[in-house]
Write a protein that binds this ligand. Structure first.
Ligand code: ADP
Ligand code: MG
Length: 699
C-alpha cells in the first residue's frame, strides 16, 4: 500500500472543505503533495544569538539584552524610533518606522528584553527593523524553544484557516496518519553510504525540526531524492534513446571533407574545434542516431564545425540541412556556408518564407532528385512540401527557439532519423546542461580563435552621450564600423520604435551624408529591405548600423568594432552577451558601450557590472542563472517540468553533480533496477514516470 499516494480525501479526520481549498488553491491532491508543501523559511527559537554572531543568512532569530538609548529620531513622516540592545558581546540597533507610539511609552531603558527578528546589515552596522520585543523571563524561553516552519499560502487559504499555522496543523495530522508507513525510496546501501536520513524522518524533519541540524539533514535528504531521481530518469532516457533510435552509420569521412580539410580550410582549426569535430565524427560512424549539442560562446567558430560535419554526411551520399530561427540568421549562415561550399563544388540553397515560387519549385525538385546537397533555411524547411532524397544530417542553430515537436517533424523527413547537431551560443553552466540536456550528448567549444583581443566593455550614462558619439567618430575615422542596438519588446513596441527612430534622427545630425551613411534594420521592414540594409553594412557602404535586436544572433561583420547598446538595463545578461559577440571578430580592439539612464535596479546594476567585468560567457551564464533562476534561462523554459521543490540547480550545483554520479553508479550495476536491493528505487521511479508520462524529451 502506497500511503504517500493516497488522496487527501482518504485521510481520516481532514475536513472536506479544507481539502477542496488545498486542491483548488495549491493543486494539492495526495498525501505526498501536501507533505511536499515545504516551508519556505523557519523561525529559529532554539537558541539565543549573540550580537557578535550575526550574518545575513540567518533566519528570524532571538537576542537577549539590556535596552538602552530609546529615542525618537527625525520629525513628521520621517520620524522613527530607535533603541540599542546591548548583550554580552556588543550591541545592535532596533528600529521602528511606524506604529511605535504605544511601544515608546511601554519600553523601559535598562531592562532586559527578548527580541525577535531578522538582522540586517546597514551601512556597516547591524540592526533589526520592527522586531518583536518583550520583557525577558528565562523560564518562558525554555518552554518556547523550537524551530518553527513558515508556509506560504494564498488569501483564500488564509480565509479557511489554512495560513501558516493551519497548514502546520494539517501537515502534522497527515504525518501522524502515515507514521511508520512511509515507503523508503532509496536503497539501504545508498542511505548508509551517503549518510542520509530516512525519508520518513526527513519529512518530519523538514516540517517539524527541533534543531537547525535536524532541519539541514532533512533538507539534504529531500534534495538528494529530487536530484537523484531526476538524474536516474535522464540517464535512462538517454540510454533508451541510444538503444532504440537507429540511425545511418556514416562510415567514412569521405572526399568532400578530406578535400576541404586539406586544401580549403580558411584558417587552422582551434584545438577545441578539432576535438568537437572528432566527437561528432565518432558519433555518426555508429548505426545510432546522433543527438549532440554543441555549445560554444559567441565567436567560438561553430559554423565551420557544422559545415565540416555536414561534409561527412555528404561524403557518405546523404543530404544535409541547417535550420535557423530567423530569416536574417538563415541568410547569414547561407552566405558563410556558400563561401566554404563553393571551394569544393558542393551545391547549396537557401529556403525561407520570402523565397519566390519559381525558386522554391526548383529547390524542391533538386532536393527530391538528390542533386542538392545542402539546404539552409528557416521554419520553411519543415513544410510537408519540402522532401529530401535522403536527409542524413540536420544542424539546428539556436535550438531554444524550436520546440521538440518541430524537431520531430524534421526527423520524419526520412525513413531513419537523420543525425542531429544542435548549436547553441547560450552557454549553459555545466551542471545545468547535464540536467537539462541529459538526453543529449554535449560538446563544448571552449576556446576562441587565436588573435582575438578581449572586448572592452564600459557603462555610460545618458549625460556622457556626446563623448560616446565622438568616440564613434574616431573609430569610423580608423575605418571601423559601428552597431547601435535598441531594445524592442512587444509590450512597449510603439514607444520602442519611437526611441529607435528618434535615435536614428539624432545620429543623422551627428553623422551627416555624404561623409557618413547609416543603415537601419528593424522588424517593420520587409525581408528584402532588411536584407538590402544589412548588405550595405556588410559591404561597408554604411559605417553605422542602427537596429533592434534582429541582429542579436549570428551576424558576422569582422570589421565592426563597436557595439553600442541603448537602454542596456532593459536587456537580459545573455542577450547583452550575444550582442557584444557581434564585435571583436576581427583583429582590431573592439568595444561594447552600455548606455543607460541614471535610475537602475539592483539587478540591472549587477548585470551591467558583470558585463564590464568579464567576457566569459560561462561566467555570465552563472550570474544570469543566479539572478533569474533556471526557469527563465534561454533554452530551459521547460525546466519547470523537472519538478524540483527544494533543490535549486544553480545553488545546489555541487549536489547535482554528486547525484548524477550516484545515479550513474546505480544504473551501471543494475540498468533496469531489477535487483532486490533496488526495489525501493524502482518503485518510486514507477510512480514518477506515471506522473510525467510525456516527460521523455525535455530538450
Ligand atoms: P559562432 O560560434 O558565434 O557561430 P562563427 O562560426 O560565426 O562563430 O565564427 C566567428 C568568426 O571567427 C568568423 O568570422 C569565423 O570565420 C572566424 N573563425 C572561426 N574559426 C576560426 C579559427 N579557427 N581561426 C580563425 N578564425 C576563425
Ligand atoms: Mg553562429
Amino acid at each position: 500500500m502506497q500511503y504517500l499516494h493516497l488522496s487527501l480525501t482518504q485521510v481520516p479526520g481532514l475536513l472536506p472543505k479544507k481539502i477542496a481549498i488545498l486542491q483548488k488553491e495549491a493543486g494539492l491532491e495526495t498525501v505526498l503533495d501536501l507533505l511536499q508543501w515545504y516551508p519556505f523559511r523557519y523561525i529559529d527559537r532554539t537558541r539565543v544569538y549573540l550580537s557578535s554572531e550575526l550574518s545575513e543568512e540567518l533566519p528570524l532569530i532571538q537576542l537577549v539584552g539590556k535596552l538602552q538609548n530609546i529615542k525618537l529620531i527625525g520629525e513628521g513622516k520621517k520620524q522613527r524610533m530607535s533603541a540599542q540592545l546591548r548583550d554580552a558581546a556588543g550591541s545592535i540597533e532596533l528600529v521602528w518606522f511606524q506604529g511605535y507610539k504605544f511601544l515608546h511609552e511601554k519600553l523601559q531603558n535598562g531592562k532586559e528584553y527578548l527580541v525577535f527578528g531578522k538582522p540586517s546589515l546597514f551601512n556597516g552596522s547591524w540592526s533589526i527593523a520592527h522586531p518583536e520585543i518583550e520583557l525577558f523571563f528565562p523560564e518562558k524561553l525554555a518552554q518556547a524553544s523550537r524551530m518553527q516552519a513558515v508556509y506560504s499560502s494564498t488569501d483564500r487559504m488564509k480565509k479557511s484557516q489554512l495560513d501558516s499555522k493551519g497548514l502546520s496543523l494539517i501537515i502534522r495530522q497527515v504525518l501522524q496518519y502515515v507514521k511508520g508507513r512511509v515507503p523508503e525510496s532509496l536503497s539501504e546501501e545508498l542511505i548508509q553510504e551517503h549518510q542520509l536520513i530516512r525519508l520518513e524522518d526527513a519529512l518530519w524533519g523538514i516540517h517539524f525540526p527541533t534543531t537547525v541540524e535536524q532541519q539541514q539533514q532533512a533538507e539534504k535528504r529531500l534534495k538528494f531524492d529530487e536530484l537523484f531521481f531526476l538524474q536516474i530518469r535522464l540517464i535512462r532516457q538517454n540510454l533508451v534513446n541510444k538503444q532504440q533510435i537507429k540511425g545511418f552509420p556514416l562510415q567514412k569521412v569521405g572526399n568532400p571533407f578530406m578535400e576541404f580539410y586539406e586544401k580549403h580550410l580558411p584558417f587552422p582549426l582551434t584545438q577545441a574545434q578539432k576535438r568537437v569535430i572528432k566527437e561528432i565524427r565518432n558519433d555518426v560512424a555508429k548505426p545510432i542516431q546522433m543527438n549532440r549539442l554543441v555549445q560554444g560562446d559567441v565567436g567560438s567558430g561553430k559554423t565551420i564545425v557544422a559545415f565540416m560535419s555536414m561534409l561527412i554526411a555528404i561524403g557518405n551520399g546523404y543530404q544535409a540541412c541547417l535550420m535557423a530561427p530567423t530569416e536574417i540568421l538563415a541568410q547569414q549562415h547561407y552566405y558563410s556556408l556558400s563561401a566554404y561550399a563553393e571551394t569544393i563544388g558542393i551545391s547549396i540553397e537557401l529556403l525561407t518564407g520570402s523565397v519566390g515560387q519559381k525558386q522554391r519549385r526548383k529547390i524542391h525538385a533538386e532536393l527530391e532528385s538528390g542533386s542538392l546537397s545542402i539546404l539552409v533555411g528557416t521554419h520553411a524547411l519543415l513544410e510537408d512540401k519540402v522532401k529530401f532524397a535522403n536527409l542524413g544530417f540536420v544542424v539546428i542553430d539556436e535550438q531554444h527557439r524550436f520546440g521538440v515537436a518541430q524537431r520531430a517533424r524534421l526527423w520524419a523527413k526520412n525513413t531513419l532519423p537523420p543525425h542531429v547537431l544542435i548549436m547553441s551560443a547560450t552557454p549553459i553552466p555545466r551542471t545545468l546542461a547535464m540536467t537539462l540536456y541529459g538526453d543529449l550528448d554535449v560538446s563544448v567549444i571552449d576556446e576562441l580563435p587565436p588573435g582575438r583581443k578581449p572586448i572592452r566593455t564600459v557603462h555610460r550614462y545618458e549625460s556622457q552621450r556626446p563623448e560616446v558619439l565622438n568616440f564613434i567618430k574616431s573609430e569610423i575615422a580608423l575605418g571601423r564600423q559601428i552597431y547601435i542596438v535598441y531594445p524592442l519588446i512587444e509590450e512597449s513596441e510603439q514607444l520602442d520604435y519611437r526611441n529607435l527612430f528618434e535615435g536614428y534622427e539624432h545620429l543623422l545630425s551627428w553623422f551627416p551624408a555624404p561623409q557618413y551613411h547609416i543603415s537601419i534594420v528593424h522588424g517593420r521592414l520587409k525581408p528584402d529591405d532588411k536584407e538590402f540594409e544589412m548588405q550595405r553594412f556588410v559591404k561597408r557602404e554604411t559605417q553605422i548600423m542602427v537596429a533592434t535586436t534582429v541582429i542579436e544572433v549570428g551576424v558576422n561583420v569582422p570589421n565592426a568594432s563597436v557595439m553600442i547598446v541603448e537602454s542596456a538595463e532593459r536587456f537580459g545578461l545573455s542577450q547583452l552577451h550575444q550582442l557584444r559577440g557581434r564585435v571583436g571578430r576581427g583583429a582590431e580592439q573592439s568595444y561594447c558601450i552600455l548606455m543607460t539612464g541614471l535610475k537602475l535596479s539592483a539587478d540591472a546594476r549587477i548585470r551591467l557590472k558583470t558585463m564590464c567585468d568579464t567576457n566569459d560567457g560561462f561566467r555570465i551564464a552563472e550570474v544570469d542563472l543566479r539572478l533569474r533562476g533556471p526557469g527563465d534561462l534561454q533554452g530551459t523554459q521547460q525546466s519547470g517540468s523537472l519538478d524540483l521543490k527544494l533543490a535549486d540547480l544553480s545553488r545546489d550545483a555541487g549536489l547535482v553533480g554528486w547525484c548524477r554520479e550516484v545515479a550513474y553508479k546505480v544504473l551501471e550495476n543494475d540498468p533496469d533496477l531489477e535487483k532486490p536491493e533496488n526495489k525501493n528505487i524502482a518503485q518510486r521511479l514507477m510512480h514518477l514516470e506515471q506522473k510525467h508520462k510525456n516527460w521523455g524529451r525535455i530538450s
